[in-house]
Design a protein around this ligand. Structure first.
Ligand code: NAD
Length: 493
């Protein structure tokens, strides 16, 4: 796969290729965190746009990777001139593969930090978008405050430092734009965080305040940070996908992407220097994203958390197997309808019953083969953002959150690092070193795991949470996940 072979791919059956002239596409977006999701989602929307609107040629994407793990993306994309394949797998076995052409360039920042700053400060750059994961925003869970003590951030705050973090790059680039009299760009977060734009605003501004208060004021006045809700389940690329795509289409792609057919992007219309006509390719551009994102975070994302630890403890390793387990399915349905959904506001144009049914179908798609282990990663970034707000709101409204509390118990049991057969569990979490011992300590000090105010606030002092949490945890330890679920589901809400 590459620019030179692209013309020959036009007549391959079962393969869609860019119908536009890539040579005419100029970068207008710089994206940090080119992983599976960006390539299945935003880059796909921009590719669609380039294909239908000749005026969109100024909205190509330059990808940027900051972390050592991103070297592999550079090595895959560079020889392919930014081209890659996206394969969509339907539950009925149908498969569609497209070559995506919107990524016109990829910069691995440690190779040449100045090139990244040049790209960001370039007059043509009008949007800087982000999928840097929930942890990438570098804030303290319980307080929401920016963590200026993180070593890379502290290094970026030293005057004239060569940037390492997204904060260092973006803020230095904005300084250059201001000093050169250039318009600011918009910072568009596409991460799974409630109020992702507001979060980006807070964290970038906090960094800028520490670096240069005048610049922070300029950013606050001039830069926009739209909120968005993004949705398309995109598992990590499975090992066999490259050969599978090559076998089916004849295209050898060093790093293909696979995703579910469903896709949704709800975007707040708040841009500093223009935006692509995203609505023409199916993006819902709205004045207020909040109801959509709460629906997604509290049903889909919190639903994934509901499924994954119980699912793992029951021995399921693939999400669709867990979703097909009648107890897990019932737990999911009950969590969504009895606890997640009552905390939502009406969502314009969405039938929430239908949404819950669609989620259960999406989780059950066997063709996606998403792993339970992927959903169990980075729990300490996810549970506090996706599930704990549901518990707090339910309790504040005088309701019950027994199922959500049991999900926190299932995480605790999982974080002990050993399954019900005594086999080790690899706990992948930035806080694993602290959490695993705490989970084990909670065998003798039952509230040890949930007492860290940074993650749990003061939930450990709220009986409405601790009662069902402790009961589920005790049951998970003494009777196992299956019996615990049976008992939970027998309780009327
Ligand atoms: P991925 O592992 O394929 O890619 C993650 C990217 O983020 C990598 O380029 C990595 O280097 C970068 N990154 C991680 N931490 C960073 C940091 N501190 N600073 C800068 N860059 C950092 O993961 P993915 O599947 O592409 O998911 C990325 C994010 O996209 C998720 O965390 C989530 O917020 C959002 N998302 C994912 C999905 C999905 O189904 N995969 C769906 C909706 C939203």
């Amino acid at each position: 796969l590459g620019a030179a072979t692209l013309p020959r791919l036009h007549d391959r059956s079962g393969l869609t290729v860019p119908g536009y002239d890539r040579a005419g596409v100029r970068p207008g977006i710089v994206h940090f965190g080119v992983g599976g999701f960006h390539r299945a989602h935003q880059a796909m929307y921009v590719d669609r746009l380039l294909g239908r609107d000749p005026d969109a040629a100024g909205w190509g994407i330059r990808g940027v990777g900051l972390r050592p793990a991103d070297r592999a993306m550079r090595d895959a994309l560079e020889p392919q001139d930014g081209l890659y394949t996206l394969t969509l797998k339907h539950a009925d076995g149908a498969v569609e593969t497209s070559v995506i052409g919107s990524l016109v360039d990829y910069l691995y920042a440690p190779d040449d930090p100045e090139a990244v700053l040049d790209a960001l400060a370039h007059p043509d750059t009008r949007i800087v978008s982000l999928t840097i994961t929930e942890g990438g925003y570098n804030f303290i869970q319980a307080t929401g405050e920016f963590d200026a003590t993180a070593p890379d951030v502290a290094a970026d705050l030293v005057p004239d430092a060569v940037p390492r973090t997204v904060f260092g790059y973006v803020v230095e680039a904005l300084r250059r734009r201001r000093d050169r009299g250039l318009a600011p760009f918009t910072v568009m977060s596409c991460d799974n965080i409630e109020g992702n734009g507001a979060m980006a605003h807070r964290t970038f501004l906090a960094f800028a305040r520490l670096a240069d208060p005048d610049l922070a004021d300029w950013i606050d006045t001039n830069v926009r940070f739209p909120n968005s809700m993004v949705d398309r389940i995109t598992p990590a690329t499975p090992p066999g996908l490259r050969a599978e795509v090559a076998g089916r289409t004849g295209v050898d792609d060093r790093w293909p992407v696979v995703a579910e057919p469903f896709t949704q992007w709800v975007l707040e219309d708040d841009f500093a220097s223009g935006r692509p006509a995203f609505e023409s390719v199916g993006v819902q551009v709205v004045p207020d994203v909040a109801p959509y994102e709460l629906m997604k975070l509290r049903l889909l994302n919190a639903g994934h958390q509901t499924l994954c630890y119980f699912g793992y403890l029951l021995g399921h390793r693939l999400v669709h197997d867990a979703a097909a387990d009648p107890d897990i399915r019932e737990l999911l349905r009950r969590y969504m309808t009895d606890e997640g959904r009552p905390t939502l506001r009406p969502v314009p144009g969405v039938d929430l019953d239908r949404y819950v049914d669609t989620l259960l179908e999406r989780f059950s798609n066997p063709a996606i083969a998403d792993t339970v282990a992927r959903l169990c990663q980075d729990s300490s970034d996810r549970i506090p953002k996706w599930l704990l707000p549901v518990i707090r709101e339910r309790l504040a409204a005088g309701g019950s959150a027994s199922l959500a509390a049991a999900v926190v118990a299932s995480w605790t049991r999982y974080a002990e690092g050993e399954d019900e057969q005594g086999q080790p569990i690899e706990v992948v979490d930035p806080r694993a070193a602290a959490l695993v011992p705490l989970a084990r300590l909670s065998r003798t000090q039952p509230l040890a795991f949930v007492s860290d105010p940074e993650l749990f606030g003061d939930l450990a002092r709220d009986e409405g949470f601790t009662r069902p949490y402790l009961a589920a945890l005790e049951s998970l330890r003494t009777r196992g996940a299956r019996a615990t679920l049976a008992e939970l589901l027998a309780i009327d809400p």
